[in-house]
Write a protein that binds this ligand. Structure first.
Ligand code: ADP
Ligand code: G6P
Length: 461
């Protein structure tokens, strides 16, 4: 069984998402990063359309060949909303919400992973490269290897990989590790995550390892870190557009030329949105910031709306915004502008250009592309980035105003420091962060991963 594609990406989601009768870009960092890579490599992308029960034929979009994998409403409830997003997502993000351990959800995870592996086995040509993405598909590498031992299989985890003490909770911990070990190369955002993985292989599976090479099943499986990044070329083109610059100026005028604090996230409890709004609200309450002179613009893409923790978060944030605006806003001058919607790339670029302080405060995040997008859009060297120490991006963006988002007083202090930074200091910081992002953009990330994958297909002597 083999097909005609030499380069195959397998991800839970396709790059486009069903929206009524049409399509729109899928949410989240995975699609932001992988789509530009796929466009330039003309591969096949296997994934789900985002709609339950939809059976679609393969189709082309934006220079990409897409192969849809269906999910029934039970699959969506148990595999996607359940095991992926109510078990693995919170467990891998430091248990910031309690994970649910449910055997029916696990069974669905196995079933749907097998479906993705079958689809990949069908479309990949002999000795093709298959690149599997993220926590929803951790069993696919081993399932696929069983079906197609000729393939070169890479896996990349976009989110954190937890330390032993947390991973240990998972009733199916061995199966997950064995699933990942089907790959030739397992990529993580940070070196610490690769070390967590290797140590777990030793402790749980008694696998031998040297540095970050695990010896498994007569093969060497490499664990390495590859910090993901943004499409600098796309963002440069956007920020140079006259229409985007005009829109940035218009946003500033519409907001009464107030100082703009900006948050851009999926509406997710890992993003620390309530913490940042609390800190901002207190600064207004304390009189450090004045209504009319400072505003917080928070844009939150709807996400995983049927998962309980996400519903609770939405209620909390809406109440919090209402309370802060009710208490401190003045007629015509709300202190927080909260939008529960998704924006196109040009509007985001304009918002980044308009923002004086970009506030990125996740409680835990694999990387956080929003932070890098902001930096990529500030060719004027203006603006300050406030960045959580718990975002993977903090390891590279050392000149951001880094903060522990659990420490509300610390967060208040850093928001003021970022706001009041001397312009020369601000531009020094921005220049240094831009150098890093420009030199390590998403194409380099993909190139690094795929080169390492080419060199990773090593049978044991
Ligand atoms: P995650 O992958 O957890 O969602 P990232 O920060 O790594 O977090 O990536 C988020 C991606 O989604 C970025 O490319 C960002 O531009 C995009 N995004 C986030 N919020 C919005 C929004 N409200 N409208 C449009 N795009 C958004
Ligand atoms: C994060 C995850 C991705 C996921 C995205 C959007 O970026 O790492 O795997 O696709 O969020 O989440 P969703 O559940 O809408 O696919």
């Amino acid at each position: 069984m083999s097909g005609g594609s030499e380069f195959v990406v397998v991800a839970n989601r396709l790059p486009v998402d069903r929206s009524g009768e049409g399509w729109r870009r899928s949410p989240g960092g995975l699609v932001s990063a992988i789509a530009p890579v796929m466009r330039s490599r003309q591969g096949t992308w296997i994934g789900w359309s985002g709609a339950a029960g939809e059976e679609l034929e393969p189709f082309e979009t934006d220079g990409m060949h897409l192969v849809p994998v269906p999910q029934s409403s039970d699959d969506v409830r148990l595999y996607y909303e359940g095991f992926s997003n109510a078990t693995l997502w919170p467990l891998y993000h430091d248990v910031v919400a309690p994970p649910i351990y449910d055997r029916t959800m696990w069974d669905a995870y196995v079933r749907v992973n097998q479906r993705f592996a079958d689809a990949a086995a069908k479309v990949a040509s002999q000795k093709a490269i298959v690149w599997i993405q993220d926590y929803q598909l951790q069993l696919v590498p081993a399932m696929l290897r069983k079906l197609r031992p000729d393939l070169r299989i890479g896996f990349f985890l976009h989110i954190p990989f937890p330390p032993l003490e947390l991973f240990w909770q998972l009733p199916w911990r061995r199966q997950i590790l064995e699933g990942l070990l089907g790959a030739d190369l397992v990529g993580f955002q940070l070196p610490g995550a690769a070390s967590n993985f290797v140590r777990l292989c030793r402790r749980l599976l008694d696998a031998r390892y040297v540095k970050q090479d695990v010896f498994w099943d007569d093969r060497i499986v490499r664990a390495r870190s590859f910090p993901i990044s943004v499409d600098v070329g796309e963002l440069k083109e956007l920020t140079e557009r006259a229409s985007v610059r005009e829109r940035a100026a218009e946003i500033r005028t519409d907001l009464g030329d107030a100082t703009i604090f900006l948050g851009v996230d999926r509406l997710d409890y890992t993003k620390g949105i309530t913490q940042r709004l609390q800190a901002f609200g207190e600064l207004v309450g304390d009189g450090h910031l004045k209504p009319g002179q400072a505003v917080f613009v928070q844009i939150a893409t709807p996400s995983r709306e049927r998962v309980e923790q996400y519903q609770l978060l939405r209620e909390d944030i809406e109440q919090q915004v209402g309370r802060i605006n009710g208490e401190y806003g003045e007629l015509g001058f709300p202190v927080i502008h909260y939008m529960h919607s998704s924006y196109d790339r040009a509007e985001l670029a304009a918002l980044y250009q308009a923002a004086d302080v970009m506030v990125v405060t996740p409680l835990r995040d694999g990387m956080n592309l929003v932070a890098k997008e902001y930096v990529a859009c500030r060719s004027d060297l203006r603006g300050s980035l406030v960045l959580s120490e718990f975002a993977g991006a903090a390891a590279e963006l050392k000149r951001a105003f880094q903060v522990n988002p659990y420490d509300i007083d610390g967060l208040k202090a850093i928001l003021l420091e970022a706001l009041n930074a001397d312009p020369v200091e601000q531009s020094r910081r921005m220049r240094s962060m831009r150098k890093r992002v420009i030199e390590h953009d998403v194409n380099r990330w993909a190139q690094d991963f795929l080169t390492a994958l080419e060199h990773s297909h090593v049978p044991l002597p």
